[in-house]
Design a protein around this ligand. Structure first.
Ligand SMILES: Nc1nc2c(ncn2[C@@H]2O[C@H](COP(=O)(O)OP(=O)(O)O)[C@@H](O)[C@H]2O)c(=O)[nH]1
Ligand SMILES: [Mg+2]
Length: 281
């Protein structure tokens, strides 16, 4: 129908005033379509970042410059349980927001989230997954800060970077988690020794010198002989990190709020590969 015919039809159907209003809206929408088609080519510059199908998607978030953040907020050394608990609480918020996460593992200032292998969340677009998870993690961290640090104000907004890594087999995924847990163990053993020496009066430089080139067995021995610390008795949350998994249907029904799935937090989970680690893909 021509524009004149449309105008005549509107006039006869709705009267002059309403017809004029409809006609204005018609021209505005035609103009908008033309403008859109003129500029729409820019969408072709967007790159596809869809994660491969049938792979485990891992999103790892890590605190930016948390060395400075921990100093500014007076974190206890080597481990601050308030911060670790706030990190875990933030990870639980992320799991509740994105129910396709099957497992999360955290230590120090990082958390890894494993998505269902067949997830279609955000059409598996990496940038959407990273940005929504890191922003929800950071906002939850800030939102719940005062519950974990009741007398220490948050001095500036924390930042968390994020990345996506894809693992084709369950054995690869397990090795990834073992790698993060081994990192937790190595850093924690070193930091426990370092801060024990410093708290005992040694300078930071001398403590670094004393630990240079030592093996894990040397560090265990140092802790035991000099500080009477049995490393294996240090709480598992510091030695092994935290694993979050959805509790079973049975456990959820037994919990007080059975309308929501509960998340179980474990510190005793050993990710280090067993003999069957390469057989589970
Ligand atoms: N004192 C203390 N520091 C922590 C704790 N958790 C994390 N950090 C700090 O955060 C850093 C995290 O490591 P990394 O991500 O490599 O360093 P970043 O680049 O400074 O974030 C550690 O080196 C510590 O300095 C904690 O519980 N207590
Ligand atoms: Mg960091």
């Amino acid at each position: 129908m021509s524009k004149v015919a449309v105008f005549a039809r509107l006039l006869s159907d709705y009267g002059v005033a309403r017809g004029a209003g409809c006609l204005r809206r018609y021209f505005v929408s035609v103009g908008r379509v033309m403008a859109n088609s003129k500029y729409e080519y820019v969408r072709k510059f967007e790159q596809s970042d869809t994660c491969l199908p049938n792979t485990w998607i891992v999103v790892r978030l890590d605190g930016k410059c948390f060395h400075r953040f921990s100093e500014s907020h007076g974190f206890e050394k080597p481990n601050d349980l308030r911060c670790l608990s706030l990190m875990t609480n933030s990870a639980q918020c992320v799991m509740k927001e994105f129910s396709d996460i099957v497992l999360a593992y955290g230590q120090s200032d990082e958390y890894s989230f494993v998505l269902r292998r067949d997830t279609t969340l955000y059409s598996r677009r990496a940038s959407k997954l990273i940005s929504t998870m890191s922003s929800h993690f950071a906002s939850s961290f800030v939102f719940h800060w005062s519950k974990f640090f009741p007398i220490s104000p948050l001095l500036y907004p924390p930042t968390f970077d994020g990345r996506v890594v894809l693992y084709p087999t369950s054995a690869n995924l397990r090795d990834y988690l073992s790698w993060r847990q081994a990192d937790c163990h190595i850093n924690n053993l070193y930091n426990t020794c370092f801060w024990a020496l410093v708290h005992d009066g040694m300078t930071n430089t001398d403590a670094v010198k004393q630990l240079k080139g030592t093996l894990s067995s040397d560090k265990n021995e140092l802790l035991f002989s000099r500080f009477n610390i049995n490393y294996n008795n240090i709480p598992p949350v510091y030695r092994k990190g935290t694993t979050l998994i959805w509790s079973s249907q049975k456990e959820t029904v037994r919990s007080k709020d059975c309308s929501r799935r509960a998340i179980r937090s474990r510190h005793d989970k050993d990710m280090l590969p067993g003999k069957d680690s390469r057989e589970c893909n």
